[in-house]
Structure formats: structure tokens, C-alpha cells
Design a protein around this ligand. Structure first.
Ligand code: PBG
Length: 308
């Protein structure tokens, strides 16, 4: 195998995730040389603006994809959650490694669990999905936007800007910061984002040598669950900035998929589950069923509100 170049964002989480994949690949092929090339994305540059207002899809991947197409890098490790549904021609997801914990975590200043937070407590999150679900469960809480890398957000909470914040458990575990987690929120209260906890290893579709190596890292159960979640997402032409959630598990060789669309105020939540064999079909069927309950109109209203 030739020396490989992996492109990565320079956030600690991106570097940690990239290193994890590099180590797995070097276990599979001892002596394999992999160089890291750091790339700054648009999402990294505009940290002061609420992402739902920036709104663009693929904010964290575009520059990396271009470097791959230009041959400057061979592959990249992305958070599946940040991957847009559309990929430029010539690129593909070469492997989906085994999923890390998919839940969302509550981190709070006084180690108070969600049920113990006082009325009016301020929860930091810029995710409309998290905002909608936390308000649906606890309408008495206040939600305020927070941006920045994981360490920045935790610091802002500890400084007192927020009583609690919501973050993906997976990112914290990968950074070995799981001791910061006060409570992992169950999917019944906080349905995870599409692809949360999973990674996508992206490469050129004609790179057979690399694809052959990457296939050994692929975890079919995770890939299948994520396929169902992303099929659901695609049906709404949604991005990670919309109040939309989906989570799938494989049980006895069947896909158990739950999907949700909500108003950011948490007062309207449309949520359903579906069980099927075919992952893609499960996602499409569930989306259709939510649309029959008015999910598309609800999202259109939300988008209108964001544009204003
Ligand atoms: N939106 C940013 C982002 N992209 C992936 C993760 C965490 C890791 C993951 O979800 O796989 C995070 C941080 C967060 O949402 O807390």
C-alpha cells in the first residue's frame, strides 16, 4: 500500500476521530504510512454565527472534498452527522466504522439531571433538534444558543453562562471527556441526530486499493442503521440545522427506525417508528408517514422563520 494522506479539520474532535481511524488502519496493515493534512473549512471560520442562520449544508466538508478531488488528500474522516446527503461525483463513503454511543448528553453545573434542573434554568444549545425536544419535555426551561468547539462550550457552562448544555455523548467519549457528562438522555426524551455517533470515511470512488483496505473497517450494522436514518433525512431535503431527528437500531436482522420532526418551540412534535428489512425503504416509508401527519408543512414553517 502506498503512503496515504488523510485530510482533517483541526478541531480536537476531528483530530481525535482521524487518529482513531489511522490507528485502526495501521492495525490492519502494519507499517502503513499515513500523513495528516489539516484543512480549514467554512464551518471552522464562522464560529461566531449561529449555524442554523448560516444554514448551508456541508459547512464542515466542502473544502475537504475539494482537496480529495484535487488529489491533495486520499481520504477524510467526517462525523456522519455533518455529512450532506449529496456528495460530489467522484467521491464516496468507503467505510462506516462501528458506531460510538449515539445519545445526547446533558452536562450541568451542579451535576443536576434533567428532571432536577430548576424552572427557568438556561440550557445552551444551538441545535434546533435539541432545543425542540428539551422544551417538549421541560417547557419551563430556557434555551440559549452556544457555539464553539466542545471545550469552549464546556468552559462557557462552567463560567456560568449556562446552567446546562447539550452535546453528543460520542464526541465527549472520543475525547475521553465522558466524566463531564451528567446524564445520557434516552432516545425517548432526546432522539439523536441522523448519523450521530457514527463516522464516515470518504474517498475517491476509483481508488480501488484504498477502498479494499477501508472495507475491512466497515461495520455493516452501523452502515445499515445510518442508511435508514439518512434515507429519512433525504426525504425532507433537510440539513443538520433543522429540528429533525432519526435513530435506527438493528434487532434480529430488522431495522427499527424512529423519526421525528418538531417545531423549535417544542409545542408540536411529530414522531413515529417503523420496522422493516430494507434500510433505504424504511427511511422513505417513515418519512412518507410523517408527511401524512403534516411534517413537511411544519418544516416549511420552521425554514420560513429561519429565513426571517
Ligand atoms: N455538530 C457538530 C458535531 N459533529 C459531530 C459531533 C459529535 C460527534 C458525533 O455526533 O458523532 C458534534 C458535536 C456535538 O454535536 O456535540
Amino acid at each position: 500500500m502506498r503512503t496515504l494522506v488523510v485530510g482533517t479539520r483541526q478541531s480536537k474532535l476531528a483530530l481525535t476521530q482521524t487518529d482513531w481511524v489511522v490507528e485502526r488502519l495501521q492495525e490492519l496493515e502494519p507499517g502503513l504510512e499515513i500523513k495528516r493534512k489539516k484543512i480549514v473549512t467554512k464551518g471552522d471560520r464562522i464560529l461566531n454565527v449561529t449555524l442554523s442562520k448560516v444554514g448551508g449544508k456541508g459547512l464542515f466538508v466542502k473544502e475537504i472534498e475539494q482537496a480529495m478531488l484535487d488529489g491533495e488528500i486520499d481520504f477524510a474522516v467526517h462525523s456522519m452527522k455533518d455529512m450532506p446527503s449529496e456528495m460530489p461525483p467522484g467521491l464516496m463513503i468507503g467505510a462506516v466504522p462501528v458506531r460510538e454511543n449515539p445519545t445526547d448528553a446533558l452536562l450541568s453545573r451542579d451535576k443536576k439531571r434533567l428532571d432536577e434542573l430548576s424552572g427557568g434554568a438556561v440550557v445552551g444549545t444551538s441545535s434546533l433538534r435539541r432545543q425542540a425536544q428539551i422544551l417538549a419535555y421541560r417547557p419551563d426551561l430556557k434555551v440559549k444558543p452556544v457555539r464553539g468547539n466542545l471545550d469552549t462550550r464546556i468552559r462557557k457552562m462552567k463560567e456560568g453562562q449556562f446552567d446546562a448544555i447539550l452535546l453528543a455523548t460520542a464526541g465527549l467519549k472520543r475525547m475521553k471527556w465522558q466524566q463531564e457528562v451528567t446524564q445520557e438522555l434516552p432516545a425517548e426524551i432526546m432522539l439523536p441526530a441522523v448519523g450521530q455517533g457514527a463516522l464516515a470515511i470518504q474517498c475517491r470512488e476509483d481508488d480501488e486499493e484504498l477502498l479494499n483496505l477501508l472495507s475491512k473497517l466497515n461495520h455493516e450494522e452501523t452502515a445499515r442503521a445510518v442508511r435508514a436514518e439518512r434515507a429519512f433525512l433525504n426525504a425532507f431535503q433537510g440539513g443538520c440545522h433543522l429540528p429533525l431527528a432519526a435513530y435506527a437500531e438493528i434487532r434480529y436482522n430488522e431495522v427499527h427506525l424512529t423519526g421525528l420532526v418538531a417545531h423549535p418551540d417544542g409545542k408540536t412534535v411529530i414522531k413515529q417508528s417503523f420496522i422493516g428489512k430494507d434500510a433505504q425503504a424504511a427511511g422513505e416509508t417513515l418519512a412518507k408517514s410523517l408527511k401524512e401527519e403534516g411534517a413537511a408543512e411544519l418544516l416549511a414553517t420552521v425554514k420560513e422563520g429561519l429565513a426571517r
